[in-house]
Design a protein around this ligand. Sequence first.
Ligand code: GLV
Length: 384
Amino acid sequence: MSIPPPNFVEREFKEPLLCGPGPCNLGPSVREALTKPVFSPLCEQFFSALDDIRAGIKYVFQTKSNLVLAISGSGHSGMETVITNLVGPKETLLIATRGIWDERAYDIAKRLGIKTIVYRVPYNTTFTLEELERQVELYRPTAMFITHGDSSTGTVQNLEGLGDICHKYGTLLLVDTVVSLGGVPFFMDAWGVDAVYTSTQKALSGPAGISPVAFSARAEQKIKNRKHETSFYFDINLLAQQWNCYGNTRSYHHTMSPPLVWALRECLRQLSIETLEKSWERHAKTSRYFYERLQRLPIEFLVPNPEHRLTTVATLVLPNGYNYNDVVKYLREKHNIIIFPGLGPTAGKSLRIGIMGVNSTVAVADALADALADALQTLVKSSL
Ligand code: GLV
């Protein structure tokens, strides 16, 4: 053998408290679900789990749509699926841009040969429906992409009424809810959303790697009539057959990961037991409590307007003299708490602190506020 087997050293991992913008810690029953038996992707037990998941996805997105399923992949796979299935090369995608996920949508669309129009607002604010309507009216794009909760900026976008605006001009509305779903109200049908995706590792307290998506009847129509091909892996027509969206097709497309399927099913089951309303209320209450605790510290919000602040992820500005990376490192090393520095437009400008899913509790908010107070007191001020 020219390549000898590597020596895998034993590594000790102490589970941290995950309070970045995601991943969040796993729920206890989700952790257990990951160890359920592995089934073949074509057996009845597996198909019935997929049926349960589809029912759960309809609930969490609040949609009666048929075309709902989960993509095997991270949140980006959901993003790529909604874009590639609905917008063809040379068609136009308007991207309402305020954070890094919109930049990713731009990157994906460019690679697919889609014409892109970027409409930007400052990263620490959100869009008014009036300005979005002006853009849609001006360009009449095939679709508009917008992020509901943005984990890079800590903002939440008002979407109520946006679907009607888009439809007036023949435009489809595509929405990223990766860091908002389960933590913040979202209503796919009532808000006229045509395609939406989310991820499991944020407010759903699951492992990353399987991403719920849903398409409206209007989007289904577009898919039926589209002229362009999509990649095999993200082709929603083939996936819909595997997920039995239209009758008992139950065909084989790719081998899904049974542990992730069990985990997603459990995330959705837990949220259904708690109910969306109670989960939204718990997240709002915990973040209010955390903000109150922060008032005792010399910390400011990056997002000036409280109505634009995302409940699940706070972007916080430290006084001059503190280095964001030092504070992140201190919390990790001294308190075993993971928080993140800024990302994309907020890099070097803020901390990003996520309190979501099973971590949305007063105890976690207290632990975080205490650790931050300790960090600010202990760290020698270094110039930024
Ligand atoms: C990942 O989702 C991040 O916000 O860093």
